[in-house]
Design a protein around this ligand. Sequence first.
Ligand code: 13P
Length: 257
Amino acid sequence: MRTPILAGNWKMHKTIAEALEFVKAVHGPLNDFPRVEKVICAPFISLAPLSEALRGTGIQLGAQNMHWEDQGAYTGEVSPLMLKGLCDLVIIGHSERRQLFGETDETVNRKTKAALTHSLTPIVCVGESLEQNRAGETEACVGEQVRAAFDGISAGQAVRIVVAYEPIWAIGTGIACPPEDANRIIGGVVRATLASLYGDAVAQAIRIQYGGSIKPDNVTELMQQPEIDGGLVGGASLNPADFVTLVRASAQAKGLA
Ligand code: 13P
């Protein structure tokens, strides 16, 4: 069975002090759910203090982006070498980065390879826009994003990648993708594309999250879907009580609590 992975993507929220307060509030209650992987993806500036604060808590730390080069004249960027040792994971190709900061399928692929080289687990984000969804282009868009992200990546490396299916129209809107639809896209498009690239056994081993308006009141139904292996959560991950609820509900939905 694939170990569920519930990750909070804090985006551009929380000062260092607020980040440390959050850890104080959640680390005790989260001890009750050792069979779910728990991740906080925090702003760069909080990663060093959080890596200390999270030691021994069983909560993993992720970054929200990185450059693909180890070092160089790239003002304002952060390299995988700098994250290595501080973080366990890194979000790659979030739709906000694709839409607002010029991330492309090609840079997503480069960053994914760089993360793997430096033993960081990439959480690779894919998902269609509202226009693509309405035009019936979801399958083609998501399939192509997956193929591009995994281009040139071996089966042995592919199993270390986490994919997050985040339909853009569901992000921050309060309107989550209906659970059966999310299950269908994750199984029938994301996992099916991975199976076409690597075979069924590898595709079955890769974890695929859903993301987009996951809340305490819809998380159970989403996590009960067999193809959904966890969540990438924005807004609801900012509140400690909600984050604990999301982890608890995920553990229960998967029969792990
Ligand atoms: P929300 O949970 O706020 O919709 O954000 C989802 C997301 O973008 C996580 O990466």
